[in-house]
Design a protein around this ligand. Structure first.
Ligand code: NAP
Ligand code: HSE
Length: 441
């Protein structure tokens, strides 16, 4: 091969990083693959837009066919985002026998199996390392590094924007809106940041991680999702008082043949390794039956970290091109999907209630919990400034999700509970053994 030509779909935060790394690391790339790599065309929306890169204007185009159908382009890097239109572009490219690298978790979480199937039928590679946890090579670690093991649990901080927001809110006392605006300026947030703060972006990544880690097709719809928009300064404050740190955590847990996958704001024991992952950094904790505990840490968003993962995928494809083995590395899921039911999902919970401060109220609340076999690990009562009301903060021992929801329903119906201000999963300690004996369905 004399040279390899790349076509970009998108030239924004991540696309610009890809161009910079290809330019700045040209010698290293050439050494690894044996020929130069060049960017031939880049699809954008606006030709007049001010760009920080100095580019030959001929590279930019508004016409997708100039990228997708150019016979000289060997590999397409998709960094434009979007779902349906983007999927059509990628299918068109694969049918033209072009290999694909994408950072698009929205697309891979929804249509990954179908696109991988089209890629394999066309003897093409489709790599998507950058779609989960930015610069951390977590997908390759699951598929190759831990190929010999059986993974039973993954816990991840997989959204940089929400981790940045929660860190700045708790450490600097800043407001949600103020920090979100900064995350947008720094290029961490999605075009629609609702996907970040609502937990959907992390849910997409957890669906991809679970599919690869557990070798079963876990769909986005299988992930229980709650975002951080309702997390308040009071929750962070009480959490800290109890020795916890608030993080948006994705949990994927396999027991036997069944899995649970969720994303939710979670109070972590402050000594938990994920509790010290701050700002836009991501980390994925992986437990394998043979290897035990491992943790992968690094920048989860941003131009150059994400582009690093993309260019490493490009190197993988180019090495496969040299060996003539493209389209042969994807392995189909081994197991049928089986999801746990709510009475099989266990956790400790934090609850903050606003109640009437009257004789017998605490005893009644305790009885609601004990009717479902749930006991308290910690409890605190604070009188509120508003006369006659107080706030009760509870951390339960382990309980099933089914029982937790029943308790919430009964607390809601109890006339002396004015409001359930918050309820969060708590991670730390041995939840399972404790809770098994108190399941009631
Ligand atoms: P971005 O800064 O908004 O850039 C998007 C680029 O695509 C722009 O160049 C835009 O053109 C072009 N574009 C968008 N829609 C288009 C369309 N319909 N037709 C033609 N061109 C179109 O986005 P980004 O932050 O680089 O993210 C790109 C992808 O990477 C997304 O899938 C995102 O989820 C993923 N990702 C991002 C990060 C991150 O840290 N930002 C990390 C991991 C993964 P103009 O330049 O003319 O506007
Ligand atoms: N918006 C995403 C985040 C970008 O904040 O993590 C990286 O996927």
């Amino acid at each position: 091969m004399e040279s390899i030509s790349i076509g970009l779909l998108g030239l924004g935060t991540v696309g610009s990083g890809v161009v910079k790394i290809i330019e700045n690391h040209q010698d290293k790339l050439c050494h690894q693959i044996g020929c130069p790599v060049k960017v031939k065309k880049a699809l954008v929306l606006d030709l007049e837009k001010q760009r920080e890169l100095e580019l030959d204007p001929e590279i930019l185009t508004l016409n997708p066919e100039e990228v997708l159908l150019d016979p000289e382009i060997d590999i397409i890097v998709e960094v434009m985002g979007g779902i349906e239109e983007t999927k059509e572009y990628l299918i068109q490219a694969l049918e033209q026998k072009k290999h694909i690298v994408t950072a698009n978790k929205d697309l891979m979480a929804l249509h990954g199996p179908e696109l991988l199937d089209v890629a394999s039928k066309n003897q093409c590679d489709l790599f998507y390392e950058a779609s989960v946890a930015g610069g951390i090579p977590i997908l390759r670690s699951l598929v190759d590094g831990l190929a010999s093991d059986r993974i039973t649990k993954m816990m991840g901080i997989v959204n940089g924007t929400t981790n940045f927001i929660l860190t700045k809110m708790s450490k600097e006392g800043r407001t949600f809106d103020d920090v979100l605006a900064e995350a947008q300026r720094l290029g961490y947030a999605e075009a629609d940041p609702e996907a970040d703060v609502g937990g959907l972006d992390a849910a997409r990544k957890m669906a991809i991680l679970s599919t690869l880690g557990f070798s079963m097709n876990v769909d986005l719809a299988d992930v229980k999702v709650k975002g951080i928009t309702e997390v308040s300064g009071e929750d962070l404050h009480y959490g800290e008082q109890f020795g916890y740190t608030m993080k948006l955590i994705g949990v994927a847990h396999r027991e036997g043949e069944k899995v649970e996958v969720s994303v939710q704001p979670t109070l972590l024991e402050s000594k938990h390794p994920l509790a010290s992952v701050n700002d836009e950094y991501n980390a994925v904790y992986v437990y394998g039956e043979a290897v035990g505990e491992t943790m992968f840490y690094g920048p989860g968003a941003g131009s150059l970290p994400t582009a690093t993962a993309i260019v490493s995928d490009l190197v993988g494809i180019m090495k496969n091109m040299r060996l003539g083995v493209n389209g042969k590395s994807a392995i189909l899921p081994e197991f049928p999907k089986k999801l746990k039911e709510d009475h099989e999902i266990f956790s400790k919970y934090f609850l903050r209630l606003r109640v009437k401060d009257e004789v017998g109220v605490l005893a009644k609340i305790t009885s609601i919990f004990s009717n479902y076999g749930v006991s308290f690990e910690k409890i605190l009562q604070n009188p509120l400034e508003e006369n006659g009301f107080s706030e009760i903060v509870i951390v339960t021992h382990g309980e099933s999700l089914y029982n937790h929801e029943k308790v919430l329903q009964e607390l809601n119906d109890y006339q002396f509970v004015q409001s359930i201000e918050s309820s969060y999963r708590v991670e730390g300690g041995n939840v399972h053994e404790m809770a098994r004996s108190v399941v009631s369905v």
